[in-house]
Design a protein around this ligand. Structure first.
Ligand code: ADP
Ligand code: ADP
Ligand code: SF4
Ligand code: SF4
Length: 595
């Protein structure tokens, strides 16, 4: 076995802890410097060859900054990169293929972005050799016998150009200045600017400055810029965030077009329907978030995603999760009795500036989770404000006689917040957020309990999302509106969020509306589906909540796409357009799945 000790850069605060980790180490007490303060980095360093792995420092650290794991010795020769002494360690790399889309799937913090940084040439791998970093020749020799040998040979000689759509599109306005049109015209190396403008609906934004774009608009622009570059390898880090289903499909088509042209394409994605639709093969990255990651061999997309959901990778004989993720466990239908009605509303309409919303009458029940599907700007928030009595309808009767309370998780979550996660939960949520019940039911499963002393401004996208969801659920309310909770979360967290929303909604006998563009997440979370149709920013039409299957059917019919069920996992899978099943399901009107 070989020992890996990792000290989290963000969590370790030597000025606030009186160095308990060093003081209590039994080896240090007997004169062996297994852990020692390093003046240069201002943090302790654990010497892995000396450390006994007794775990005392882990327990003593007040900020839970230390992790120590033992891994099989033979893995060591596959170490591709380490971020400094006691930093995160990555083993192996995904192997992309010309003319194919390689999908990458895995927990947050296991090295997906690091892999893309290395494959794009932005980060030169150190093979774990921190004292004496390897030369390119040594790196190429390291990959001898695999397709990555030629890849890095060409990359190091400047003969292979790779472009990367970064994960955090919100940073784009800080890096590039100008209007959408100007930025795209400068980026366009392949003469495709008109094509992407039309396909991704960028025309209306053409003269807008980047600093005035929403998350979804920045995402489409970032994808368009990447697509217009002339390169051999194209990488997309989480391209679906902030896009609605319709836009996700268009982006999937653009990505597939690149592979058809013979380009090498890599996509990191947590929306399983999108990943499934876009990829030819998938690599799983597994390990312990923030500590180490191991890249699996590529597999065909269908079996690859199923193995990931199963939690067992037969190719490596590796169990990566103690449980399997199944799509059929939840009872699909819940029957409601009349005394379970929480509120009903009659038909109403409301005009706000140039926008009009028409609402059909509907009912929600105590304990019901309503999945909401529809594009952005179609009136979902306006509907919610009518529902709780915050807005008066122009026509129709207001739905309630008393004002209902609403707890809201906004779509765009800002990290521009003073203070720690603990303060945020208490102030934006409620003081109950730190009760032992809420901690064990919500904070621990969402991995927010570990973040309590971190500054909100320093959180990653996934950590920030989980924190906002926890704050929303900590509030006592009659109706919860949770807008795009899954953005930036990995598959496990999406499942956990779904479970928590369902459980709390049932226990509190309230209703939760979950707006989400990840179709598969609705399969986990929703009892019923509410669809908003129309033209964003102009006219919206809210249909009543329907049974999950019926709602999905209506929605997918509008979109012109069909889903089948994977025989093994029960997972909904997008049918290829015009395939036999696609045509068959359309002919019988079963757009969601065949029983
Ligand atoms: P993923 O994309 O799977 O979420 P990343 O590749 O972004 O994971 O990060 C893997 C781990 O590496 C994280 O724990 C992160 O904190 C750490 N890490 C990322 N970049 C650096 C860096 N420049 N220096 C030190 N650690 C880093
Ligand atoms: P969604 O929640 O589906 O994104 P909203 O209900 O927030 O949509 O908004 C629907 C449309 O109504 C948008 O075009 C928005 O700009 C417009 N709108 C919302 N509130 C107002 C207002 N107070 N005045 C004028 N227009 C508004
Ligand atoms: Fe303090 Fe923990 Fe950092 Fe050690 S690892 S210096 S105990 S914060
Ligand atoms: Fe010392 Fe034990 Fe921590 Fe190793 S695990 S550094 S031996 S306290």
């Amino acid at each position: 076995m070989v020992r890996i000790a990792v000290i989290d850069r963000d969590l370790c605060k030597p000025k606030e802890c009186s160095l308990e980790c060093i003081r209590f180490c039994p080896l240090v007490r007997t004169g062996t410097k297994a852990i020692e303060f390093d003046e240069a980095s201002g943090r302790p360093v654990i010497r892995e060859q000396l450390c006994l792995g007794c775990g005392i420092c882990i327990k003593k650290c007040p900020f839970k900054a230390i992790s120590i794991v033992n891994l099989p010795e033979e893995l060591e020769r596959y170490c591709v990169h380490r971020y400094g002494p006691n930093g995160f360690k990555l083993f192996r790399l995904p192997t992309p293929k010309e003319g194919k889309v390689l999908g990458i799937i895995g927990l947050n913090g296991v090295g997906k972005t690091t892999s893309l940084m290395i494959l794009s040439g932005k980060l030169q791998p150190n093979l774990g050799r921190l004292e004496e970093p390897p030369t390119w020749e040594e790196i190429i020799r390291f990959f001898r016998g695999s397709a990555l040998q030629n890849y890095f040979d060409a990359l190091s000689k400047g003969k292979l150009r790779a472009v990367l759509k970064p994960q955090h599109v919100n940073l784009l306005p800080k890096l590039i200045k100008g209007t959408v049109g100007k930025v795209l015209e400068v980026a366009d190396e392949r003469g495709l600017v008109d094509y992407v403008r039309d396909l991704l609906g960028l025309e209306a934004l053409w003269d807008r400055s980047l600093s005035n774009l929403s998350g979804g608009e920045l995402q489409r622009l970032a994808i368009a810029i990447t697509f217009c570059k002339d390169a051999h390898v194209y990488m997309f880090d989480e391209p679906s965030s902030f896009l609605d289903v319709y836009q996700r499909l268009k982006v999937a088509r653009i990505i597939r077009d690149l592979a058809k042209e013979g380009k090498t394409v890599i996509v990191v994605e947590h929306d399983l329907a999108m990943l499934d639709y876009v990829s030819d093969m998938v690599c799983v990255i597994y390990g312990e978030p923030g500590v180490y990651g191991i890249v699996s061999l590529p597999r065909g997309v269908g079996p690859g995603i199923n193995e990931y959901l199963d939690g067992y990778l037969p190719g490596e004989n590796m169990r990566i999760r103690s449980y399997s993720i199944s799509f059929n466990l939840r009872p699909l239908e819940r029957m409601w009795s009349p005394d379970e009605v929480l509120l009903t509303w009659s038909s109403m309409s409301k005009r706000l500036g140039g926008f009009q919303l028409i609402v059909e009458s509907g009912t929600v029940h105590k304990g019901e989770v309503i999945g909401v599907l529809g594009p952005n700007g179609i009136g979902k928030t306006t509907f919610m404000r009518l529902l709780i009595g915050e807005l008066e309808p122009d026509e129709g009767t207001p739905p309630v006689t008393r004002l209902l309370s609403l707890s809201y998780k906004p779509q765009y979550i800002s990290s521009d917040v003073e203070g720690t996660v603990r303060q945020f939960l208490e102030e934006r949520g409620s003081p109950d957020a730190l009760s032992s019940w809420f901690r064990s039911e919500v904070l621990r499963p969402l991995r927010v309990d570990k973040l309590l002393d971190r500054r909100v401004s320093e959180l990653s996208g996934g950590e920030l999302q989980a924190t906002y969801i926890a704050a929303c659920l900590a509030k006592t309310a009659d109706v919860y509106l949770i807008d795009e909770p899954m953005a930036y979360l990995d598959v496990e967290q999406r499942l956990e969020v779904s479970r928590i929303i369902r459980r709390l909604t049932q226990e509190r006998e309230v209703a939760a509306f979950v707006v989400e563009h990840d179709i598969l997440a609705h399969d986990f979370v929703a009892d019923s589906i509410m669809i908003f149709e129309g033209t964003p920013g102009f006219k919206g039409h809210a249909l009543p909540p329907m049974r999950l299957k019926d709602g999905m059917n209506v929605f997918l019919k509008n979109m012109g796409i069909t889903f089948r069920r994977d025989k093994r996992s029960g997972r909904p899978r997008v049918n290829k357009e015009d395939s036999y099943l696609d045509r068959y399901q359309k002919s019988i009107g079963e757009y969601y799945f065949i029983e």
